[in-house]
Ligand binder design. Structure first.
Ligand SMILES: Cc1ncc(COP(=O)(O)O)c(C=O)c1O
Length: 366
C-alpha cells in the first residue's frame, strides 16, 4: 500500500486509536437489518401458560424436558461468565463454539467479493475457511521465523477494504504468545477490528486482552469453553467486545444459537472453576515433562516454546512418525505442510498415562 493511502488507515503511531466507531465498518445490509423477533424476545416475564412458540406442551421423551426454546441471549451463563471474567454482560456474546463467532464477524463486517481481512499464517484454519465461505478476500502476511507479527508487512497489506485482522495468541499451531506490544500497535493504528483469539489463554503466561476492552473500541477477544474448560462437545464460545459490536453480533446470530442443554451444562461447569484450575496446573506440568521426554529423541530437531496445551515439535520425518503412531493407535496432528512448520507435528498434552504411552511408543520408532 502507498504512503498517503497508508496514513488513512494508520495513525502517526501516537497511540491514539484511529477507530471511529462501527459506522464505516458495518455492512450496509446489516445496518438496516431488522433481526428476527422470537417468541422469547417478545415475552420474557413469568407466566403459567406459554402458548406462544408452537412448542410441544407435553414435554420431551427424555428424563429431562427440553421442550421449551432456550434463552436467546443466554443471560444466566453470561452472568456466571461475567463474574469470572470481570466483564459486563453487555460486552459478552455467546456462540455455538467460537467458530460461530468468527463466522458472524465475517457476515457482519465484510462485504462478500469486496472486503478483505489480514491473516498471519501459520494460524488457526477457520479464519481462512470462514473467509472463503463468505467470499471475503484474504491477505496473508506470514509470521516472522520466530512466529511473531510482521507489522510492516501488515501495514503494507492493509487497504480501505480491510475490515479485520485475526491474531491468535497463544497461536495455533505454533503454541507461542504473540508479543503484546505488537498487538497493541495494531489496535492503536488499524481502523478495522483486531480479533484476538485467546482459545488457549488459560494455559498462557500472558494476561488476557479482555482488560483492554475499555481502551480499544476495535478489539474483539475470542475465548472458548472447548479447551481448558473441557467442554468441546457442548459448543460454547465467547466473544468479548464493545457493546456496539456485541449488539451487532446478537442481531446477526441465529435466534437460539446455544441450545438449552449446553446452557445448563455450561452453567454447572462454570461453578466448578477449581477443577479446571487444577487441570490447567497439571497440564502445564505434563507439558514440561513431555518436552523433556521428547527432546532426547534423535528424530526431534526442535521443540518450540508453548503457552498452550500442545507443543509444536520439529522432526526429521513427520510423515513417517505420524504413520507409525497411527499404527499404534496414537493420533497427533501432522502440520508439516503448513507454512513455517516444515517437519512439524503438533502434539496435544494428554493425561500422564497418555503422555507416557506416547513417549514409550516413540522409543520403538526407527
Ligand atoms: C485458536 C482456536 N480458535 C478457536 C477454536 C475453535 O473453538 P470452538 O470449539 O470454541 O469453536 C480452536 C479450536 O481448535 C482454536 O484452536
Amino acid at each position: 500500500m502507498k504512503e498517503e493511502e497508508n496514513k488513512q488507515y494508520y495513525s502517526d503511531k501516537n497511540g491514539n486509536s484511529p477507530f471511529r466507531g462501527l459506522g464505516g465498518l458495518l455492512r450496509e445490509n446489516i445496518k438496516r437489518l431488522v433481526p428476527y423477533s422470537s417468541a422469547r424476545d417478545e415475552y420474557q416475564g413469568e407466566a403459567s401458560v406459554f402458548l406462544d412458540a408452537n412448542e410441544n406442551a407435553f414435554g420431551s421423551p427424555l428424563e429431562q424436558s427440553y421442550n421449551r426454546y432456550p434463552d436467546p441471549l443466554q443471560i444466566e451463563v453470561k452472568k456466571s461468565l461475567s463474574a469470572i471474567k470481570g466483564v459486563p454482560i453487555r460486552n459478552i456474546f455467546l456462540g455455538n463454539g467460537s467458530d460461530e463467532a468468527i463466522d458472524i464477524l465475517y457476515r457482519s463486517f465484510c462485504n462478500p467479493g469486496v472486503d478483505n481481512v489480514i491473516l498471519v499464517p501459520p494460524t488457526y484454519g477457520m479464519y481462512q475457511v470462514s473467509a472463503n465461505i463468505n467470499d471475503v478476500a484474504i491477505r496473508n502476511v506470514p509470521l516472522t521465523p520466530d512466529f511473531q507479527l510482521n507489522l510492516e508487512g501488515i501495514a503494507e497489506a492493509i487497504d480501505k477494504h480491510t475490515k479485520m485482522i485475526f491474531v491468535c495468541s497463544p497461536n495455533n499451531p505454533t503454541g507461542n504468545s504473540i508479543n503484546r506490544a505488537d498487538v497493541e500497535t495494531l489496535l492503536a493504528n488499524f481502523e478495522g477490528l483486531v480479533v484476538v483469539d485467546e482459545a488457549y489463554i488459560n494455559f498462557s503466561r500472558q494476561r488476557s486482552f479482555i482488560q483492554e476492552l475499555t481502551e480499544y473500541g476495535n478489539l474483539v477477544v475470542l475465548q472458548t469453553l472447548s479447551k481448558a474448560w473441557g467442554l468441546a462437545g457442548l459448543r460454547v464460545g465467547m466473544a468479548f467486545a464493545s457493546e456496539e459490536i456485541i449488539e451487532v453480533m446478537n442481531k446477526v446470530k441465529p435466534p437460539y444459537n446455544v441450545n438449552e442443554a449446553s446452557q445448563q451444562l455450561a452453567l454447572q461447569a462454570l461453578a466448578n472453576i477449581e477443577q479446571v484450575n487444577a487441570w490447567i496446573k497439571e497440564t502445564l506440568i505434563q507439558r514440561d515433562k513431555l518436552v523433556l521426554g521428547l527432546k532426547d529423541f534423535e528424530f526431534v530437531e526442535d521443540i518450540y516454546p508453548s503457552d498452550a496445551n500442545f507443543i509444536l515439535v520439529k522432526t526429521t520425518d513427520p510423515k513417517g512418525i505420524y504413520n507409525f503412531l497411527v499404527q499404534q493407535g496414537i493420533i497427533v496432528r501432522d502440520r508439516s505442510k503448513v507454512e513455517l512448520c516444515a517437519g512439524c507435528l503438533r502434539v496435544t498434552v494428554g493425561t500422564p498415562a497418555e503422555n507416557e504411552i506416547l513417549l514409550n511408543t516413540l522409543q520403538d520408532y526407527k
